[in-house]
Ligand binder design. Structure first.
Ligand code: UN1
Length: 496
């Protein structure tokens, strides 16, 4: 039950000997494990190991690096069920979803493995004769990976696998709510044959481990997923050492339902988008924008389904919605519900902690819906990160899109319509990194770019081939085989 950091290929405790507990959010009597509460000295050790390992790892051919990731995918597949069960125990979401989370890690492993035989640069003609030009991707160095608890396997793999494939080495600081899944991932990477020092794991808090990692002069890159507030601090402090900073931050994702939509389908989508993962996804649906012609019908169908959602332990296959991840999260949700009531929104479902039967020892919260929400209310503007949905009304497509775009964030978005013209206008005009037509705001696949616009990030994308731009530097190479000095832009080539 006692777990350690992984530095230079060895499991070691933290230098300060401090520890923290990880408990099941569905039953806080259940201790999942005890983990090191590390500090700056441990980060130093991990960075030194990663820096040393980089010297060799960058020279391993990319297809070989890819083979290790392929084996990692095979091992994740073999252990999928136990990893997923442990994940439900440590962060609460239901077993079907933790299986999906592990599967996303497997998909990412296979995708990265294949990329080992591509990792394409470009060859292009040079403007001068007897000269060759190409660009290649090169690794950056030591990468600090700081990941959240809501996708404890998928999100670390989105970052770590492409980082490694590109020839970088890693210091990994997982969320302190989900250290066990991080241990499982690192164990599997080591078993797959990753050399010592290439991935190092340091457990602990944001201030204890995250801050020294971001400030460390020899860490060249930080990839972070979490809140926009923390992202801004990371960008400011990492900017002092001119690190590359890739940020995946908040969302206030909306689903539009038009009057020509398949309403049953749109109800299913909203239910899954708003209350899947207990609303704790960056891509969760937190605003529902209903066309006024269908609003009342839609809402009554929807609320009937919300009432039927079963809360409970995520390992029970009858459970639809698991607990929130911790006490602070539940307090935050309650404070937003109070804000919504204070702003004059109408509570039509939920609105309080759920403490019936077996749920009294967990951080459960009722699926909550506010009707009559105005676009500028705080509950329509701020990321709540829980099972709280705000319902807004629109009279037309352009009004619905304007409401959707009236947000500091721009991660995911969705529209339900049966009109192809409406769908195309939405694809063009919605300000978001991801738009779904006739699907909910959640469900991104690993081979397409993932990320958002505005305060959702700083322009980078994860997943797909886009992530390679995060984890590589471009190098342009010119080979002049003319045997004389040729001056670009100056020596004109004349055509006889
Ligand atoms: C997140 O919301 O934090 O698209 C990540 C999805 C998942 C990933 C979500 N594949 O909902």
């Amino acid at each position: 039950m006692e777990y350690k950091n992984f530095i230079n290929g060895k499991w070691v405790g933290s230098k300060n000997k401090e520890k923290f507990e990880n408990r099941n959010p569905a039953n806080w009597d259940e201790l999942i494990g005890v983990f090191p509460k590390s500090g700056a000295e441990d980060v130093d050790d991990a960075v030194a190991a990663a820096e040393e390992a980089f010297k060799k790892w960058r020279l391993v051919p990319a297809p070989k690096r890819g083979e290790i990731l392929f084996r990692t995918g095979e091992l994740l597949r073999k252990h999928k069920e136990e990893i997923s069960r442990d994940m439900t125990r440590e962060m609460g979401k239901i077993i079907q979803e933790t299986r999906g989370d592990t599967q996303e890690g497997i998909d990412t492993a296979y995708y990265a493995a294949g990329e080992g035989r591509r990792l394409f640069g470009e060859t292009t003609p040079a403007e001068l004769p007897n000269k060759f030009a190409m660009s290649i991707r090169q690794p950056i160095g030591v990468c600090g990976i700081i990941s959240p608890w809501n996708f404890p396997m998928a999100i670390p793999t989105w970052k770590i696998f492409p980082a490694l494939l590109c020839g970088n080495t890693v210091v990994f600081k997982p969320a302190s709510d989900t250290p066990l899944t991080a241990v499982r991932l690192v164990e599997i990477l080591a078993e797959a044959g990753l050399p010592a020092g290439v991935v190092n794991l340091v457990h602990g808090t944001g201030s204890g481990v995250g801050t020294p990692l971001v400030e460390h002069p020899r860490v060249r890159l930080i990839s972070f997923t979490g809140s926009s507030d923390v992202g801004k601090q990371i960008a400011a402090s990492g900017g002092k050492t001119l690190k590359r900073i890739s940020l995946e931050l908040g969302g206030k994702n909306a689903q539009i339902v038009m009057d020509d939509a398949d309403l049953k389908l749109a109800v299913e989508g909203a239910l899954w988008g708003a209350f899947g993962t207990t609303g704790q996804r960056c891509t969760a649906t937190s605003r529902l924008i209903l066309h006024e012609k269908i609003k009342d019908d839609f809402l009554s169908m929807f609320l009937e389904r919300v009432e039927g959602l079963k809360l409970g332990n995520g390992l029970d296959s009858r459970t639809d919605v698991g607990p929130l991840v911790n006490k602070a999260q539940r307090e935050q949700i309650q404070s937003y519900v109070d804000i919504g009531l204070g702003e004059g929104a109408k509570l039509v479902a939920g609105g309080k902690a759920y403490e019936e039967g077996e749920c009294q020892k967990g951080w459960f919260y009722e699926p909550t819906v506010f009707d009559g929400v105005e676009p500028d209310m705080r509950i329509a503007q701020e990321e709540i990160f829980g099972p709280v949905l705000s319902v807004l009304k629109a009279g037309s497509l352009s009004e619905a899109i304007a409401i959707l775009n009236n947000s500091d964030y721009g991660l995911s978005s969705s529209i339900y319509t049966s009109d192809v013209n409406t769908a195309h206008v939405a694809m063009r005009d919605i300000e978001a990194g991801i738009t779904y037509i006739n699907g909910p705001t959640i469900g991104a696949e690993v081979h397409l770019p993932f990320g958002g616009v505005k305060d959702t990030g700083n322009g980078h994308r994860e997943s797909g081939t886009a992530v390679l731009d995060v984890f590589t530097e471009w190098k342009s190479i010119y080979v002049d085989y003319s045997g004389r000095l040729q001056k670009a832009q100056i020596d004109a080539v004349t055509i006889e």
